[in-house]
Write a protein that binds this ligand. Structure first.
Ligand code: KIV
Length: 272
């Protein structure tokens, strides 16, 4: 179904809720630096997520756990300098909000004050209810994140699909409703069965943005480096690659090396 798109000059948390009400799907991608954020924002994305996946794709860690609050703020500052239109959501990293609500609020305030980000994202349901409440009470918009929550990878043990069993699906539905009741403006649902994700999206008035959660949700998010084919070892079923930049860039680098070695570069027109 094709839906008329409203021409938003600036995307806010309210615009996302309006998009859901108007059945307009929400587009979201990750960015961690100025140049990438500028390209993505210029293309017309609705939301940039400064994801803690920076820990994997920018720093080369195996998990998202090592990235620090200072590092997330650095990435978010670079993204904020680039954008004109989209909403920028910044992940609260592992260890910056789980211990107690006061620390969670301090972390969220640092992100908002030092980076200029527009909202924070937090992984988890009722376990972190008090922290979410505290942050929302300070006027900071919160995006929830349920399903596969990579900051808990050592509890899960694997990155496989979550909530396939009835009990976990029930908890996920309760958590999603709780996040909406608390006042979260949107929820990311990661790697859960498509029919469950659809049911959750249809039961809520706030948007549900999926990654590996099928087509029945209100929007989609991908890690930019994955959809551009820069991270070629990562091949989950949900990932659509729009480019093969790993090979494209490798070829460009090889060509450059050859040109330097053969003294083809620089030529007469490329010097002063
Ligand atoms: O950190 C991240 O990139 C994320 C997305 C996978 C949703 O949380």
């Amino acid at each position: 179904m094709s839906v008329a798109k409203k021409d938003y000059k600036r995307i806010t948390v309210k615009s996302l809720i309006e998009m859901k009400a108007n059945s307009e799907k929400i587009s979201m991608l990750t960015a961690y630096d100025y140049t990438m954020a500028k390209i993505i924002d210029t293309a017309g994305i609705d939301v940039i997520l400064v994801g803690d996946s920076a820990s994997n794709v920018m720093a080369g860690h195996e998990t998202t756990l090592p990235i620090t609050l200072d590092q997330m703020i650095y990435h978010a500052q670079s993204v904020i300098r680039a954008i004109k239109r989209c909403l920028v959501v910044v992940d609260l990293p592992f260890g910056s909000y789980q211990s107690d609500p006061k620390e969670a609020l301090r972390s969220a305030i640092r992100i908002m004050k030092e980076s200029g980000g527009h909202a924070v994202k937090m992984e988890g349901g009722k376990e972190i209810k008090d922290s979410i409440k505290k942050i929302l009470n300070a006027g900071i918009p919160v995006m929830g994140h349920l399903g596969l929550t990579p900051q808990s990878i050592y509890k899960f043990g694997t990155y496989t699909v979550r909530a396939k069993e009835e009990q976990e699906a029930k908890k996920l539905k309760e958590d999603a409703l709780m996040l909406q009741k608390l006042g979260c403006f949107a929820i990311v649902l990661e790697k859960v069965p498509a029919n469950l994700a659809k049911e959750v999206a249809e039961s809520l008035t706030i948007p549900v943005i999926g990654i590996g959660a099928g087509n029945g949700v209100d929007g989609q998010v991908l890690v930019t480096h994955d959809m551009l084919g820069m991270t070629h070892e990562f091949n989950p079923r949900f990932l659509r690659r729009y480019m093969d930049l790993f090979n494209g860039m490798s070829n460009a680098f090889s060509q450059y090396i050859d040109d330097v070695k053969s003294q083809d570069f620089p030529n007469e027109n490329e010097q002063y």
